[in-house]
Each structure stands twice: as C-alpha cells, then as structure tokens.
Ligand binder design. Structure first.
Ligand code: XMP
Length: 326
C-alpha cells in the first residue's frame, strides 16, 4: 500500500472521540517506528508543526528535540508564545534560535520578491542544519506534512518545509498527520489540549512578514509592520472578527507619501490593511468591514506606530490580486 495515499474508506476525523482514537494509534505507531531513538522537529508555531510537536511529546517525551528558528520576520510575540507554550508549559526539549540579525543582514538591500523568498528559505535550511549538526544521535526528522501538501503540486508549504538538507544529513521521516486534512489536524490539536488561538490560527506564510514589508526590508519599516499588524489583530479580536474573517494582516510598502504632523511636513509610510475571506485560498473576497472598526484601527495605527501617516484598506479580490502583496 502507498503510505502517502489516503485510503478511500478512511473516516473523516470530526469529533473528539475520533481524534482520541487517531492520537492513540499514532502514539503506538511513532513508538514502534522510533523506539528509544531521538527525533528532531522544526517547530515554527504554525498549526501543523505544533500539532505534531504535541503528539510526539505524548508519544516519546524528551526523545523529541524541537528547534524554533526566529528568522526576525515573525509577528509580534509569536516566538515568545511558542517558547512559553512548548518549553515552559508542555516541558518540551526546545532549542530557541534567534537568527533575526543573520536573516535581516542577508536581506539587506534585496528588493526582488523571489530573491527574498529564496534567501529566507535557504537561510532557514542553513540555520536548521547547523543546529542539527550540533546534536548527536538523531536519526529521525518529524514534519508537519498534511494531505494537501502531498496532493497539491503547488503546495504553498514547500517554502518553509525543511527539505533540501545536505546528503550527509538525511533522516528518516516521521509524519504523523500526513494523511489528514487541515480541519482534521485542528480537531486533533484541540483533543491534544493545544490552545484555540494556536489551533485556529490564520495562515502565515513561511517567509513571514518578509512578504508584507515590500521591496528591500529595513528594520524601521519592519517594526512599523509588526506593530500595525499587532494592532489590527487586537482590534479584530475585540470586534469579534477573529475566526470570522479568514485572514487579515497589514502591509507596509516601500513607498512614502507626504503628511503633516505637529505643524511640520513629514514623508512617511502608508499602512495597508488586507482582509480576505476564502474557502481554499485560490480565490478570495474582501469583507465589508464596519466603518467604526476601520476607523478605530486607523486611529490607533496613526497614533501608536512611528513613521506612518496614512492607513488604506485594500479592496481587491483574488484575482486579480493575490492575498499577499509579494
Ligand atoms: P496568495 O498571496 O498566493 O496566498 O494569494 C495564498 C495563501 O498562501 C499563503 N502564502 C504562503 N504560505 N509560504 C507559505 O507557507 C509562502 O511563501 C506563501 N505565500 C503565500 C498566503 O498567506 C495565503 O494564505
């Protein structure tokens, strides 16, 4: 049987009971595969790698070594949340690597979107490889591959999966959720006791804020992006829009316009609000947001984020516009 093909008669995991059964089966399977050996996992904090981490922690405890690479393009508080949950609360063996400077130095002056993605993806593999080499006696690599990654040739996850490790650093793969669809992964994550905010988190691209800080990334513009994005998420949550709008974030383009502040002319960035609803991310519509919510977000961004003098709402559906700006 092809281990990468979902059996026709496989029951859709839609209830806590079915999730529990799946978890017990996978615990047994992972223990059988791994024995007393060690497993390495790149833990980004996304839904899939988080569910795999929680599952493996149950199955093999401290035989699991998680590596969280902060590439400097994470959202506000995101890396801290991963460390707090997995290391402090769940007791995982977690190596935290702050590689922010390294990534931002490599990206300095690079404006082409594809080159930026390549640098981020390539650097990620190198940082992960360095960490893997420091550890000895690891034979397995766990991945949060899910079924759409296998069946979709254009799988968006390719960008942050740890493919491309050198020949002498090849591991046997452990992929406990590879036959599951996203909704099933979430049911399993909930049954494993992961927080709702993590299990129902909106998609976040592998290159992170890098694709939303358009053109050549600078630290000050990245800071404006991170702060404005945090404000947007906070206000969406406050307005009860969390979980109702599929994906929302801010973009700070590499472009300035004039403004006036304290009686003086300034030349500052715009912040663009992007919010979309979609079923499969192949096409998307823009929700009609309440004016008061938009105004509150605008006021807060203009008052709290340095270097910003305008806030815009992107009304473009996909297509022709993509969801991300780069
Ligand atoms: P676009 O911009 O192509 O995005 O309409 C569709 C969905 O994919 C996400 N996305 C990515 N995810 N690595 C990822 O893991 C990437 O490089 C990437 N680019 C886009 C995007 O956030 C949206 O949900």
């Amino acid at each position: 049987m092809d281990g990468n093909r979902r059996p026709e008669d496989m029951v859709r995991i839609s209830t806590p009971e079915l999730a529990e059964k799946f978890i017990q089966e996978q615990i047994a399977e992972v223990r059988r595969q791994v024995g007393s050996r060690k497993v390495l996992l790149a833990l980004s904090g996304g839904v899939d790698s988080s569910v795999v981490a929680a599952l493996l922690l149950k199955a093999i405890g401290d035989q699991l070594v998680c590596v969280h690479v902060n590439h400097g393009l994470m959202r506000k508080g995101e890396s801290e949340a991963v460390v707090t949950l997995f290391r402090d609360q769940l007791g995982a063996n977690l190596i935290y690597v702050d590689a922010s400077d390294r990534f931002l130095d490599k990206l300095r002056g690079v404006a082409d979107p594809e080159t930026k993605r390549k640098i981020i993806g390539g650097e990620f593999i190198r940082v992960f490889e360095e960490e893997a080499r420091k550890l000895t006696g690891i034979e397995f690599l766990a991945q949060g591959t899910i079924y759409p990654d296998i069946i979709e040739s254009h799988g968006v996850k390719a960008h942050h999966n740890v493919g491309g490790l050198p020949e002498d650093l090849r591991f046997e793969l452990v992929e406990p959720v590879k036959l599951l669809f996203k909704d099933e992964v979430r049911v399993v994550g909930t049954a494993l006791g992961l927080p709702k905010a993590m299990v129902y988190r909106q998609p976040f691209p592998g290159p992170g804020l890098g694709v939303r800080c358009t053109g050549a990334i600078t630290r000050d513009r990245l800071a404006a992006l991170r702060e404005s994005d945090a404000i947007l998420r906070e206000e969406f949550e406050r307005a009860g829009l969390e979980g109702k709008v599929w994906q929302y974030f801010t973009v700070v383009p590499d472009y300035r316009s004039t403004g006036v502040r304290d009686g003086k002319r300034v030349f500052d960035w715009p912040v663009i609000i992007r919010a979309v609803n979609t079923v499969d991310a192949m096409s998307a519509t823009v929700p009609e947001l309440d004016w008061a919510v938009l105004r509150k977000i605008t006021d807060r961004i203009l008052n709290e984020v340095p270097g910003v003098c305008r806030v815009l709402y992107d009304l473009s559906p996909k297509g022709p516009a993509t969801i991300e700006w780069e």
